[in-house]
Design a protein around this ligand. Structure first.
Ligand SMILES: Nc1ncnc2c1ncn2[C@@H]1O[C@H](COP(=O)(O)OP(=O)(O)OP(=O)(O)O)[C@@H](O)[C@H]1O
Ligand SMILES: [Mg+2]
Length: 703
């Protein structure tokens, strides 16, 4: 008997020691997991830093050649840039890239979205004799580019599955015999890997010395490590093998060092000159708004934001978490007078294309989309990108928000955040490699009320910090902040979870908030700790997850995956109150205007509105051309500033090609708005001054 008791006693002891050990092992395993993740992060950072150092050491051609110096084609390039493309000056790195291509080098370009990569191959294509081949992944991107070039009078065509027989014949003749006018030929990668006929024509073109340049757009599609891998891109290596003497330019907006190495190898361009531009998008204003837990209130806020900040139908995108949410939000925005269409992967291609087209031509203002609305969005004048919920990583957010302001003009990226959205995303991404870590990075971005938003991007992409210039909410906010001591609240949360776990109970984030409130009430609140609002408790719990005091655990049901909050590796010190926990809260939550709001041209002038109408009229008159291909928004502000009233003045601002095409229409608008010309009765005088220019449309005057 006694023996048995002793045994039982010892058994209990051993079991409790085992439990203790298992806890320790769990904590150690958690720590190991954290360290592995950090190790991977540090290795990647080291790789980036090594590659950039190697690039500057091992590519003497880069160091020795001054791509910004003088070249024999300078004046011809300047003339084409301005008179054909209507671009008044180069942006950062464009001139250097063009010069290296013109010198016959292979080039790798990494430049942020909207940085102006197209000009880097289109301008040399016009300058060099012969035909430039451009490989691009999507039909819609190709169509946009070909139409844009046609509007500039540059002979460009595409050879895709939609090309009719007649055009195909024309293209093959141009390749084979040099007949007909063809300067730039766009193809999808499938043409290279699947059409022997096409490759044989291309070889003939090359043998006759007429293949001037090969451009690979969206080159990150080559790499399996990239975010848009396309198997057919893997076969593009054949191009350098077949045409070694033809310069190749590979362009992409985002490529980690791993992707860069991958694509240099796959495209066989080991000696390429590399140009890496900053990830910074100085014209984008980043802000995070607190998101209400009431769905309708969120929509009201988004609708108000759009109609107050963008009353002139300026284009925007609203990103949503799910397809259903997309449809719902679009419907509710429409109900509030905003012309919005939805776009997601469940729609058929024709319906998607229709929605995209309407929006591209500014016939609808907003697309409410899921992540499916991605690569292929070429619209330069997107003024705002709203996130109805947070993205799954900083990288995804950078890309999605980066679709704003590709024309370089001030634009806004707004994210509606509530901590309750974190578990919605985490239950989708937890099985992905580093999925949770990536999600927690963006959650940290959203939770912060103090740190520069731009700084978070620099840190994420391993780039030196640059000035924000007051272009994020945290840098300009006049909201007064206070730090709440949440050490006691943390203790309560941890002990609550400890009790629950002992009883084999679990709670989701929202359930935990409710349980916290009940426990708080019963705890007597004798402590001087302040009462927290529901949103603040949610915020605290997410902060504790990010700080590893708590963690998320997932369980599949037949229909869904639930995310539960459980104790994390650092719960013990938190329970003992050894680690002070601070929660940042806003004292006055009203945003008393910021520099972006006042700097941004909220109202278009009458003249700008008229020119905007004009570009839309010309666009619909000419079928396919987009309004921004007629006149860019930047050009409209230029015209608004300088108010040219003669063709000669106009040509100095927008170049020859656009003046020849649209000059008389534009001048007519200028006259009607500025009171010059026929209204002031000096039309005849003006006509005399601008000999050779006939304003056919101003009929009254002529007669
Ligand atoms: N030097 C410049 N000055 C003014 N506008 C420019 C200049 N270069 C390009 N742009 C305009 O900027 C916009 C974006 O250019 P482009 O489409 O080439 O960007 P991108 O780098 O290819 O971006 P993405 O990665 O999104 O494809 C276009 O409207 C283009 O006409
Ligand atoms: Mg591009």
């Amino acid at each position: 008997m006694e023996d048995e008791e002793n045994i039982e006693e010892e058994l209990l002891l051993v079991e409790s020691q085992l439990n203790g050990l298992q806890d320790k092992i769990k904590t150690l395993l958690d720590q190991q997991e954290e360290l592995y993740e950090r190790q991977a992060q540090l290795k990647a950072m080291l790789e980036i830093s090594k590659t950039s150092r190697d690039a500057s050491n091992s590519a003497p051609s880069v160091a020795l050649e001054d791509w910004s110096g003088k070249f024999s084609w300078d004046s011809q390039a300047d003339d084409t840039r301005f008179n054909v493309f209507g671009i008044s000056s180069y942006r950062s790195n464009q001139r250097e890239i063009i010069n290296s291509i013109m010198s016959g080098k292979d080039v790798l370009v990494i430049m942020a979205a909207g940085g102006g990569k197209s000009l880097c191959y289109q301008l040399p294509a016009v300058l060099r004799d012969g035909i430039t081949l451009v490989v691009s992944p999507l039909l819609s991107l190709i169509q946009d580019q070909v139409m844009g070039l046609a509007a500039l009078g540059i002979p460009a065509h595409m050879l895709t599955s939609t090309t009719n027989k007649e055009i195909e014949k024309f293209i093959y003749k141009a390749l084979e015999k040099g007949e007909g006018e063809l300067k730039i030929l766009y193809v999808t990668p499938e043409k290279i890997s699947k059409s022997k006929r096409f490759m044989s024509k291309l070889e003939k073109c090359h043998h006759a010395g007429r293949l001037s340049l090969v451009a690979i757009d969206e080159a990150h599609c080559c790499s399996q490590w990239g975010h848009d891998f396309r198997p057919d891109y893997k076969n593009l290596g054949i191009l350098k093998i077949q045409f070694p003497s033809v310069p190749m330019i590979a362009l992409t907006a985002t490529a980690t060092s791993k992707v860069q190495m991958d694509l240099i190898e796959m495209l066989h361009i080991p000696r390429s000159v590399k140009f890496v531009s900053t990830v910074n998008r100085p014209n984008l204003f980043y802000r995070v708004y607190e998101k209400s837990s009431v769905g309708k209130v969120v929509i009201d806020e988004i609708a108000n934001f759009i109609s107050e900040s963008y009353p002139n139908n300026e284009s925007g995108i609203v990103y949503c978490f799910s397809r259903k949410e997309c449809e719902q939000v679009a419907k509710e925005l429409r109900g509030r007078g905003i012309s919005a269409d939805y776009y997601h992967a469940d729609m058929d291609v024709v319906a998607r294309e229709k929605v995209h087209m309407r929006w591209s031509k500014s016939k609808s203002q907003v697309i409410v989309g899921t992540v499916a609305f991605g690569m292929g969005i070429n619209k330069p004048d997107v003024r705002f990108v709203v996130h109805h919920s947070l993205s799954k990583s900083m990288e995804t957010y950078y890309q999605e928000s980066g679709r704003a302001g590709r024309d370089g003009l001030p634009s806004e990226c707004v994210l509606y955040y509530r901590p309750g959205d974190v578990p919605r995303q985490s239950s989708m991404v937890f099985y992905e490699n580093c999925g949770l870590q990536n999600l927690y990075d963006i959650a940290r971005y959203c939770q912060s009320k103090k740190n520069c938003r731009r700084g978070a991007f620099f840190q994420h992409f391993g780039e030196a910090v640059q000035e924000c210039n007051g272009m994020c909410d945290n840098c300009v906010s006049s909201i007064e902040l206070k730090d709440i001591d949440a050490t006691y609240h943390t203790k309560i949360t941890v002990s609550l979870l400890q009790e629950m776990q002992q009883n084999d109970q679990r709670a989701t984030l929202l359930q935990l908030v409710d349980k916290f409130k009940t426990k708080w009430k019963h705890s007597g609140c004798s402590n001087e700790a302040v009462d927290l609002k529901k949103e603040e408790i949610e915020q605290l719990i997410v902060q504790l997850i990010l700080d590893r005091v708590l963690k998320e655990e997932f369980q599949h049901t037949a229909y869904t995956t639930n995310a539960y909050v459980v104790l994390g590796p650092l719960w013990k010190p938190a329970l003992q109150g050894n680690r002070p926990v601070k929660l940042t809260s806003a004292i006055h939550s009203q945003d008393s205007g910021d520099r972006f709001k006042s700097a941004k041209r909220n109202q278009m002038s009458n003249l700008e509105a008229k020119l905007d109408d004009l570009r839309r009229t010309i666009s619909s008159r000419n079928g396919g051309i987009f309004p921004h291909a007629v006149l860019s928004t930047e050009q409209i502000s230029l015209l608004n500033c300088h108010t040219p009233t003669t063709i000669a003045e106009l040509e100095k601002l927008i170049g020859k090609v656009k003046t020849d095409k649209y000059g008389s229409d534009i001048i007519e608008v200028m006259w009607s708005e500025t009171g010059s010309g026929k209204d002031s009765g000096d039309g005849a005088k003006r006509q005399k001054k601008d000999k050779g220019v006939v304003f056919v449309e101003s009929g009254e005057e002529e007669g």
